[in-house]
Write a protein that binds this ligand. Sequence first.
Ligand code: UDP
Ligand code: MG
Length: 312
Amino acid sequence: MAGPRVSIVVPMFNEEAVLPLFIARLRPVADGLGTTYEVLAVDDGSSDGTAIGLQKARRDWPELRVVRLRANAGHQAAISAGLARARGDYVVTLDADLQDPPEVVAEMLDAALEKQVDVVYGVRGDRSTDSFFKRTTARLFYRSMGSLTDADAPRDAGDFRLMSRATVEAVNALPEYGRVLRFVVPALGFPSATVTYRRDERAAGSSKYPFAKMLRLSIDSMTAFSLAPLRFATFLGLAGGVGALLLLLYALYARAAGHVVAGWTSTVVIVAAVGAVQLLALGILGEYVGRLYAASQARPSYYVAYDSDDPA
Ligand code: UDP
Ligand code: MG
């Protein structure tokens, strides 16, 4: 049996508050695509009423498919689970909180067909609904990713995008640890287009992305796509070495000139500075070693508990 033409993959972590609103808004859009589709809700180990809400919704929406993960695996892993199981010729990933307007899915599909491209990125034209903190950290993040790495992700593109079957297969073939899709997908080099949209306010509930998760995503992106942090550590070491050499020369000179300097302050400052630099370099190294370690363990980044499409 042929798969549906379009799969809409939606990661959900404790989204019971927004679920009815989301379904009410997505369904007419999906029905209006004029083609076969599946909506693949990935329940990322929710502990609230998300699972029950999805089961209820399935009763009168046969195109709704539910994949439940056994534990909370995180946004990126939840999308990955959806990509691995989606069957559509085109796969769209979108958030459940209605920040990505479902209506844009139709635009993305049109763009893909008209322009004959494999990937259509949703680009946030207006981020005024995101908090000042989120906008500033995001700008900093994309700017440093842009200058430190070869990953040329479109600016202000998150995880709202359409991918062709070929793109999804290519993504699925990369079982990378801590895969950050917004940089992995552009790196694959498929022909692409963009659709600009206005990012709305979260419709209900609260953000499932605390600062710690944002930081994790940034570190994963950096270490996955760039050796720049490692080189920075090397540079710190070199600069420290040159500094030490100059200090040595000065110390010899001071001794020869008969200055006996009781340099308590300088000693403390040097010890503290060297210690900090060493710890920073060690931390950077640790991030890469950690990635290697996790990669060598090769554990799946999610476990599927249930797929409503699997035979019972
Ligand atoms: N999400 C998820 N697993 C997580 C965290 C988030 O599946 O561990 C989902 C969440 O339900 C939403 C999307 O990822 O559909 C984006 O999360 P959120 O809107 O909370 O992030 P923000 O927009 O605040 O960055
Ligand atoms: Mg959101």
